[in-house]
Design a protein around this ligand. Structure first.
Ligand code: BES
Ligand code: MN
Ligand code: ZN
Length: 505
């Protein structure tokens, strides 16, 4: 994994040499740190802010070089904007912006001072939490995928921040708060790594091997091969895989952290199409390379399982991922083929490029059947139509359960991994009725993301279920405060928060 930034914590009195970053709220006359300066140095600082027209607005920063009396090379003031309104996601984003500001200045090592808002114990505790959130943001922003740069020089050029020491009043509280955040950062970066990896390096077998590595964290991992899936009659998933030389895999990852290992789990299911050519219904060449990311759902599930195990979440969560490659070829399925899913439902395959739902049909049914979930959530880069509807701002949320949908939407707001609920219903379900089989794998011209969701709904029975269409959010992501990479790792933070809020005892 591409671990890059070393995070440390220390007391606030410590800044000595080098670079010190100080976040400044909008309109603040002076950074709070200035309280510890003598009158003359404080004046200098305040003059520099005036001369630099710096007012703590978001997206602004001010360099103060060789400030007198501080023994520092430089103080970097970073604007926070309206700090009074900061929620957790804002602290994380601030950490990302700080990492970006340091990288822009080619600064590899820095200290960062987080002052408490007041002298109370509570204020100091809060500051420790903010410090941990900032650290998460900085790590995520500094992430790059550069393992295939063969030249050390080219790698170094992309080398950003290496070490960030956060100074606060309660460094040990911050360190404790950081443990869970660190586990989360690892999970997000694992998901990003998997999505960024090209398909020649990461097929179903290689992906399953990556998932198997979670065993060392205490996750129970089972890998079902083609033979096992045939026994289970997963013919919908197998039909997608049959055009590829590379055999499919179904991976089950179990983290049983609740008091009772027998308590019903939350089940999370991921679409893992390691590459989606479209199959015989071949995609156009332009942009097809992006389809190496068509396993973004499976990557998010794997990243989540990593995080939950690494932070020893007190919840039972099962991850199930269906791994295939969708290729045209002599053995590939044809448009018009009819396959029988594990559930017994027959499917007319009218377009082999609507393959994700075929994979999920069997993965969902299997997961539901075997684990009797408390709730089931799938993540899938399922349709281009969700991009048309929502762009890259929100993932599409589809659900048969209002409570679950609300919980997911709240976790999305809280983490900044936003979702937007889309409608479902009988009229849409009718659109996937087939003339010759029970259902067909495409709807009409309209409502493509919804008819895809209706298709999935056929394989979940009455389990409380939600589907996240992450085709717009998992990859080719616009740069954000906390991501400079092609893959975003979307879903890991959202689901981790959901588990923490609603599934941990
Ligand atoms: N993997 C694609 C969806 C996708 C599109 C993901 C863009 C990420 C970015 C999916 O398998 C697909 O091909 N969907 C088709 C469905 C259609 C044939 C009904 C689509 O959206 O065009
Ligand atoms: Mn497809
Ligand atoms: Zn696909």
């Amino acid at each position: 994994m591409s671990e890059r930034v070393k995070i440390g914590f220390d007391g606030i009195e410590a800044p000595t040499a080098g670079v010190l970053v100080v976040p400044v709220a909008r309109g603040a006359a002076l950074p709070e740190l200035a309280a510890r300066l003598d009158a003359k140095s404080a004046k200098h600082l305040s003059r520099a802010m005036k001369a630099g027209d710096f007012h703590g607005r978001s997206e602004t920063a001010l360099d103060i070089l060789v400030p007198p009396k501080l023994g520092l090379e430089r103080v970097l003031l970073v604007g926070m904007g309206d700090a009074a309104r900061y929620q957790d996601a804002d602290w994380v984003a601030l950490g990302g912006r700080i990492a970006a500001a340091l990288e822009a200045r080619k600064i590899k090592r820095a200290q960062l001072a987080i002052e408490a808002r007041g002298k109370s114990r509570k204020a100091q505790r809060d500051a420790a939490g903010h410090a941990a959130a900032i650290a998460l943001g900085a790590i995520l922003r500094a992430y790059r995928f550069r393992k295939y740069r063969s030249k050390a020089k080219a790698r170094r050029k992309e080398d950003g921040l290496r070490e960030l020491t956060i100074l606060c009043h309660e460094p040990s509280a911050a360190e404790r708060a950081f443990e869970g955040r660190h586990a989360l950062a690892q999970g997000v970066m694992l998901a990003r790594d998997l999505v960024n990896e090209p398909a020649n390096r990461l097929g179903p077998v290689e992906f399953a091997a990556e998932a198997q590595r979670l065993e060392k964290l205490g996750v129970g991992v089972e890998v079902l091969d083609e033979h096992a899936m045939r026994e289970l009659k997963m013919d919908a998933l197998l039909a997608v895989a049959q055009g590829s030389e590379r055999p499919p895999r179904l991976v089950v990852m179990r983290w049983l952290g609740a008091k009772s290992k027998r308590a019903k789990p939350l089940v999370v299911v991921g679409k893992g199409v390691c590459f989606d050519t479209g199959g015989i219904s071949l995609k156009p060449a332009k942009g097809m390379e992006d389809m190496k990311g068509d396993m973004g759902g499976a990557a998010a599930v794997t990243g989540l399982m990593h995080t939950l195990a690494a932070r020893k979440a007190r919840a039972n969560v099962v991850g199930v991922i269906g791994l295939v490659e969708n290729m045209p070829g002599a053995a590939a399925q044809r448009p018009g083929d009819i396959v029988t899913a594990m559930s017994g439902t027959t499917i007319e395959v009218l377009n082999t490029d609507a393959e994700g739902r075929l994979v999920l049909a069997d993965a969902l049914w299997y997961a539901k059947d075997r684990f009797k979930p408390k709730a089931m959530i799938d993540l899938a880069t399922l349709t281009g139509a969700i991009l048309v509807a929502l762009g890259q701002e929100h993932a599409g949320l589809f659900s048969n359960n209002d409570r679950l949908a609300r919980q997911i939407a709240a976790a999305g707001e809280g983490t900044g991994e936003k979702v937007w609920r889309m409608p479902m219903g009988k009229a849409y379900d009718k659109m996937i009725e087939s003339k010759v089989a029970d259902i067909k794998n495409i709807g009409g011209r309209w409502a493509g993301a919804i008819t895809a969701a209706q298709f999935l709904a056929r394989f979940v029975d009455d389990v409380p279920w939600a589907h996240l269409d992450i085709a717009g959010t998992a990859m080719a992501s616009p740069k954000s405060d906390i991501n400079a990479s092609w893959a975003s790792g979307y879903g890991v933070r959202l689901l981790d928060t959901l588990v923490a809020k609603h599934y941990e005892s």
